[in-house]
Design a protein around this ligand. Sequence first.
Ligand SMILES: Cc1cc2nc3c(=O)[nH]c(=O)nc-3n(C[C@H](O)[C@H](O)[C@H](O)COP(=O)(O)OP(=O)(O)OC[C@H]3O[C@@H](n4cnc5c(N)ncnc54)[C@H](O)[C@@H]3O)c2cc1C
Length: 345
Amino acid sequence: MTDVLVIGGGVIGLATAIALSQKGANVTVVERDLCGHGATWAAAGMLAPEAERLEGSLLEFGIRSRKMYPQWIANLMRLSGQDCGYWCCGIVAPILADSAECDRLLQHHKYIDREQTDKCQSGLGESITGSFWLPEEGQVNNRKLIQTLLIAARSLSIKILEGINVYQIERDRNRVTHLDTSAGKLQSDRYILATGAWTRCLLPLPVKPIKGQMLSVYDRDRQLQRVIFAPTCYIVPRQDGTIVIGATVEDTGFTQGNTAAGIMHLLNNAIAVYPAIANMQITETWWGFRPYTPNEIPLLGASDYENLIIATGHYRNGILFAPITAKLLTDFIIDGIPTPFAVND
Ligand SMILES: Cc1cc2nc3c(=O)[nH]c(=O)nc-3n(C[C@H](O)[C@H](O)[C@H](O)COP(=O)(O)OP(=O)(O)OC[C@H]3O[C@@H](n4cnc5c(N)ncnc54)[C@H](O)[C@@H]3O)c2cc1C
């Protein structure tokens, strides 16, 4: 049995804890604010490596993770008995192009013109000339997902230490000796750092918060059945009629709160893309902090300390990347298989 202590109970920490536990490890998760405003709670839950225009090895990583989703969700549902709104609804990525560009786009096998776009999703704004249709992309309800992960973790007897703040990772030469926390010392064989945008508070890694403001409206008619991923905003319909609209991208540190300008920007863009939103009731506004790295690639695997494993920097796609992150870290910890995107690569 390996004892592993995971710092951070967002999607990355919990998914990894569950994967490790299912391989026989004895896992504890320490989280200061389970019901708080981590990125996992704040996200839109899109599973969208193509719409997000990821490139190279990161696109490959995202597509592998997207393919893992159905089975990953089935395992969580089996453990928890909960549904988390996984929905492969497809993504329409509208294009606002002139006719010359439209002719060029016709060569792309995923490009559809305005008429075909309307068949895929009616009611889009007039300025949309065509779109990319991405049928393999979709969404999960990230707030339900976090609850599901918690129930699944508890069903596996993973210890969740709630309301405990980790102040410091104590090290002696190349090993972590213990954590200094609001509940005293915590000790384990190995430690996983999964603290999202707050990582730099514990270790000098190149991760910083990029704020995203969001809002939701209620769609009584439930006409919107696809995620709309426009150049200026995205619109994500949940199965219960909630529509999530996001998101701003702001380099303002950990500044709390929604701003009038942020919400105005989102609403103007969303109404231009899907005009019916103008008459829908606003149900909520919120914000969150994406864990950004300078090359927008996560930091995974070994660190300078032999018993400290890094799992952070998932930036805009951590919900998408959770299944593959959990698998690769488990392969690394249990079987010693090296991870891609290691800190010292
Ligand atoms: C507005 C917005 C929209 C997004 N939309 C999408 C999307 O559509 N699709 C997608 O795939 N991704 C999306 N993301 C990105 C995604 O949410 C993140 O990449 C992902 O949630 C990161 O997960 P995490 O577990 O690393 O971080 P978090 O969910 O932030 O979890 C980290 C946890 O660590 C805890 N913690 C930190 N420091 C300490 C400490 N010292 N002691 C104890 N606990 C600590 C925090 O309380 C937190 O709960 C979005 C993010 C935002 C903000």
